[in-house]
Design a binder for this molecule. Structure first.
Ligand code: SF4
Length: 346
């Protein structure tokens, strides 16, 4: 039977009722391929049905991301302006003060964010920086915000201290498929990533883990990336799906544009495979028009980053997001609609 024939057969068995609450950790690549092969409208319809069953489809969770240590990273991630391997003109900054973090977290909370994420350009968390990071987490937590950090590789003992300080989520993306990983990063292995994810899970922290689309990977790589995520012992509670931001000076600066529909398909397939995870539109949102973002929300995306910068790359202005939410009748999770409308017209 041809791949197309097989896909159609699988598609016939994937009825919406079956998909709605189906938490699985045994996805086969062939099944995921079958989802990607669906006609666009059928795929988005199924994803929207799964989304509605598990979430309020008119609510979006909002997080804010702050870079707490910028640039000079020893890793060579080919998409990243913070890598010391590339000359991107980025202004480096050592670990910032706790007071600055607290101030930014308060601003994020006032703007409607429910989670505050702190990112440091490190290969791994060093014990000497641990006390200051613990303090940052405690201060952010004391504001009533959920806390998330992304600090590179991390040991179990360190995770346990971060958890005691008030950490809720640890972000650690797998970026792409295992097969394509070495084309994007050579300073660590895919297995290093999985090892850290295991540590995070064993420490009892929530996992934030996703990837990047548009780095020259094949459809098969996207299929395998999503299979890896869905087949983890627990689905990541939060799953950022990034669209590559091409930064001058990085090896991926001239990468071809991804078809927006392929990006939306990736969101829809992620929603179907991981029905209860928050699927976040992350980097690349500034290059998406309102219609594309609306389709992403319809296909199951239900989380975004607010704020003009994502670590070091541009992000839509907060007010633009509020206007879009207002036009779409979307509420920020945990914030009443009236507040959004009032601040959107200011
Ligand atoms: S993505 Fe993270 S680990 Fe990779 S170079 Fe950038 S800051 Fe370093």
């Amino acid at each position: 039977m041809s791949i197309k024939g097989k896909n159609i057969k699988l598609y016939m068995t994937m009825n919406v009722e079956h998909l709605k609450n189906n938490i699985r950790h045994n996805w086969k690549n062939q099944e995921v391929e079958a989802l990607f092969a669906l006609p666009f409208n059928d795929l988005v319809f199924k994803a929207a049905a799964v989304h509605r069953e598990n979430f309020n489809p008119n609510e979006v969770q909002v997080s804010t991301l702050l870079s707490i240590k910028t640039g000079a990273c020893p890793e060579d991630c080919k998409y990243c302006p913070q890598s010391a391997h590339y000359d991107t003109g980025l202004k480096k900054e050592p670990l910032i003060d706790v007071a600055k973090v607290k101030g930014e977290a308060q601003k994020a909370k006032d703007a409607g964010a429910s989670r505050f994420c702190m990112g440091a350009a490190w290969r791994n968390l060093n014990d000497r920086d641990l006390p200051k990071v613990e303090e940052m987490i405690s201060e952010v937590k004391s504001l009533g915000l959920e806390t998330c950090v992304t600090l590179g590789m991390v040991k179990k003992e360190q995770l346990s201290r971060l958890k005691d300080a008030g950490l809720d989520y640890y972000n650690h993306n797998i970026d792409t498929s295992e097969e394509y990983y070495s084309k994007i990063i050579s300073t660590r292995n895919f297995s290093d990533r999985l090892e850290t994810l295991k540590n995070i899970n064993e420490a009892g922290l929530k996992t934030c883990c996703g990837g990047i689309v548009g780095m020259g990977e094949t459809l098969q790589d996207r299929v395998k990336m999503l299979s890896t995520l869905a087949n983890l012992p627990e689905h990541p509670e939060s799953m950022p799906i990034n669209m590559l931001v091409k930064i001058e000076g990085t090896p991926l600066e001239l990468e071809a544009e991804i078809d927006p529909f392929d990006f939306i398909r990736t969101i829809a397939v992620a929603r179907i495979m991981m029905p209860k995870s928050y699927v976040r539109l992350s980097a690349g949102r500034e290059n998406m028009n309102d219609q594309m973002q609306a389709l992403c929300f319809l296909a199951g995306a239900n989380s975004i980053f607010y704020g003009e910068k994502l670590l070091t790359t541009p992000n839509p202005k907060e007010n633009e997001d509020k206007k879009l939410f207002s036009r779409l009748g979307i509420e920020i999770e945990g914030v009443c609609k009236q507040n959004i409308k009032e601040s959107a017209v200011r």
